[in-house]
Design a protein around this ligand. Structure first.
Ligand SMILES: Cc1ncc(COP(=O)(O)O)c(C=O)c1O
Length: 343
């Protein structure tokens, strides 16, 4: 179902607009001052989120970036390194916040799909005297840049064990954790089990307008709450948005629809433009299409889609990344296929 103006926006799952139920919940939300810990709706959301991922506590934050940065800041010491894949959001897309706030740098390891091997982690702790010491392993699951791929749980467990053995803490950027849950049937608490903290977003495929949450041990979350205030993240009567996030969390099973639509789109593109998409690489709600088999390439594809009322963007160069979400449906997938230039 496209937006009210008829456009279907495939650029990201961040573009969703609140549902009628969310708007009503926001209007009716029971609120208090969350800086005093007195917003009942936020307190419920934090309890429900911690229960879903099986941690002691959780703290509501305005964005995934703030959740990740509070985790990095809390887990590391200045001058140390965070180990992650070289394409990780925390490394490339958070405005160097970890350098500015926590005083750390990243050790990006090569990975086509977000997975990291035990040896890659062990290699970061080189015992020579020029090398900074690693302090944190940061996962991203599902992995955004490679097209929503899932790092298998056994890989996370094995590599996290290796990281712990050399003294690292472990954080999961689970902005799209529930896409991994929907794709595998493995529950969120099992994904969170190998890590110390997990951040997930209500404002991606789950469809809430705003908000993310950082979950972990009670003492870590207490400290994160203190630091959230330092960053200006004390949000007062924020039950107004937590109410929409509660609905998003309760309706998380709907992500399978997004995965079906991504599959439909991947199959349609692969059939029409052989070589444009590897359907096996499409595991969740993203399809990265190489536009070279499309007549006119990426620019012509984006123009033709715009004429059909479809918003799409180039990512990476020469490709379009289509992201499915709550506000696009199977008819919009057909619109993409019908709108693209014919071979
Ligand atoms: C993998 C990943 N982590 C973190 C974030 C940051 O979330 P936010 O935009 O809410 O700061 C994003 C946003 O797209 C993301 O894709």
């Amino acid at each position: 179902m496209a937006f009210a103006d008829g456009t279907a926006d495939f650029r990201s799952d961040t573009v969703t607009r609140p549902t009628e139920a969310m708007r009503k919940a926001m209007a009716d939300a029971i609120v208090g001052d969350d800086v005093y810990g007195e917003d009942p709706t936020v307190n419920l959301l934090e309890e429900e989120s911690a229960a879903v991922v099986g941690t002691e506590a959780a703290v509501f934050v305005p964005s995934g970036t703030m959740g990740n940065q509070l985790a990095i800041w809390g887990h590391t010491i200045p001058g140390s390194e965070v180990v992650c894949v070289e394409t990780a959001h925390v490394r490339n897309h958070e405005r160097a916040a970890a350098a500015a706030i926590a005083g750390v740098q990243f050790r990006g390891v090569e990975s086509p799909d977000g997975s990291i091997t035990p040896d890659q982690v062990k290699d970061t702790a080189a015992p020579e005297h020029h090398h900074p010491r690693p302090s944190l392993l940061a996962w991203e699951n599902t992995h955004n840049t490679s097209g929503g791929t899932v790092t298998p749980l056994d890989v996370m467990v094995e590599t996290s064990d290796a990281a712990r053995a050399i003294g690292l803490r472990i954080h999961l950027d689970g902005a799209r954790l529930f896409n991994a849950v929907a794709a595998t049937g493995i529950t969120a608490d099992r994904w969170a089990d190998p890590v110390d903290t997990v951040q997930f977003c209500f404002s991606k495929g789950l469809g809430a307008p705003v908000g993310s949450i950082l979950c972990g041990p009670a003492d870590f979350i207490d400290e994160a709450r203190y630091r959230r205030k330092m960053l200006g993240g004390g949000m007062r009567q924020v039950g107004v948005i937590a109410s929409a996030a509660r609905i998003a969390l309760a309706e998380r099973d709907r992500l399978t629809e997004d995965h079906e639509n991504a599959r439909r789109l991947a199959d349609g593109l692969a059939d029409r433009y052989p070589g444009s998409v590897d359907p096996a690489a499409v595991q969740t709600n993203m399809v990265i299409a190489d536009c070279s088999p499309i007549p006119g390439g990426v620019a012509a594809a984006i123009d033709a889609l715009a004429a059909a009322g479809v918003v799409a963007a180039e990512f990476p160069v020469g490709h379009i990344r289509f992201v499915t979400h709550r506000d696009v449906d199977a008819a919009d997938v057909e619109r993409v296929l019908a709108g693209l230039p014919r071979p």
